[in-house]
Design a protein around this ligand. Structure first.
Ligand SMILES: NC(=O)c1ccc[n+]([C@@H]2O[C@H](COP(=O)([O-])OP(=O)(O)OC[C@H]3O[C@@H](n4cnc5c(N)ncnc54)[C@H](OP(=O)(O)O)[C@@H]3O)[C@@H](O)[C@H]2O)c1
Length: 280
């Protein structure tokens, strides 16, 4: 039986990911989310075959993540799979987290950094374990500001999002390097363009009228969007090449920036500074 900690399953393709894992595995799910009623409605409509615990976790709050980690630790000593899927595309004007950190950075990068770091002892307690981070092809459009990681001085929601998805890959690769020689593997993937509430929010206002066509002819369905994540979740640990970025069930090249160790080191130091957390 596997212990699976998962975020971002109360909306979008994460819903499909959860149900597909539920069909394929004998597992206990530790669902970290911000809206318990939403989760309860979801599993009332369609029951899960496996046991699940809902754990309150607002991924924009360091305190809430710390509390969720304590809740997971009170329920299990080991984790086999940690899925960092939750993400946001911010509003056009800058929005700050309860810790006064720009929201996209807080949820898309700092939360996986903190959650993975704090749950690492439990991942190490498992015979084989895997961390999966949801990245995006949009990492190629990143425009990193090394003086202002939060883009406080010139905020743009699209740049904040693309930067955060570059960070998901840099984080995956650096963590995989740090964990080399252990049984903990780390990977990330691009789900493609998927018809979800996030895509609708990110779609240009002036082109909203073509969204139905876009959804029908270009975007993937949520089930298709979940496919590579499901593929990675079912992969045998020995077959996972740690630190890789996947798309359509295959390892793919990333941008030059996403392979740049000096950017990864800068990101790591910034993540430590902003969360106040250091990996052991
Ligand atoms: N859709 C695409 O085309 C696309 C493409 C590439 C990558 N991605 C990535 O795929 C992942 C899933 O995206 P999606 O398109 O399925 O988006 P979505 O429908 O907006 O779902 C996002 C999920 O993240 C959760 N979440 C957001 N902020 C949170 C917070 N502060 N605390 C806890 N949970 C939070 C949401 O919870 P609630 O249900 O409570 O809102 C929801 O479950 C994201 O990482 C996204 O960046 C999406």
């Amino acid at each position: 039986m596997e212990n699976i900690v998962i975020t971002g399953v109360t909306s979008g393709f994460g819903v499909n990911w959860l149900y597909q894992l539920d069909s394929a595995k004998n597992a206990v799910f530790y669902v970290l989310g911000r809206d318990e009623e939403k989760f309860n409605r979801m599993i009332k409509n369609r029951e899960l075959a496996n046991k699940s615990y809902f754990i309150q976790c607002d991924l924009d709050s360091i305190q809430s993540i710390n509390n969720a980690v304590e809740s997971v630790k009170s329920l299990t000593d080991s984790i086999d799979l940690l899925i960092n899927n939750a993400g946001v595309w911010s509003t056009e004007s800058i929005c700050m987290s309860p810790d006064n950190i720009e929201m996209t950075l807080a949820v898309n990068q700092l939360a996986p950094f903190l959650l993975s770091g704090q749950l690492l002892p439990l991942l190490k307690n498992s015979k084989r374990s895997h961390i999966i981070n949801t990245a995006s092809f949009r990492h190629r459009d990143a425009k990193v500001n090394y003086e202002d990681i939060e883009l406080k001085n010139n905020f743009d929601a699209e740049t904040a999002y693309c930067n955060s998805k570059l960070y998901s890959i840099l984080f995956t690769k650096k963590l995989a390097n740090m964990l080399e020689g252990t049984q903990v593997k780390v990977s990330c993937f691009d789900p493609g363009i998927v018809d979800t509430p996030m895509l609708q929010q990110a779609f240009p206002q002036s082109l909203k009228f073509i969204y139905p066509f876009f959804k029908r002819f270009i975007a993937r369905t949520p089930a298709q969007g979940a496919a590579t994540g499901v593929f990675l979740s079912l992969m045998l640990s020995a077959d996972i090449s740690s630190g890789s970025y996947f798309k359509n069930n295959k390892a793919k090249q990333v941008s030059k920036q996403a392979n740049d160790n000096s950017i990864a080191d800068w990101l790591w130091a910034e993540s430590e500074r902003l969360t106040g957390f250091k990996y052991a």
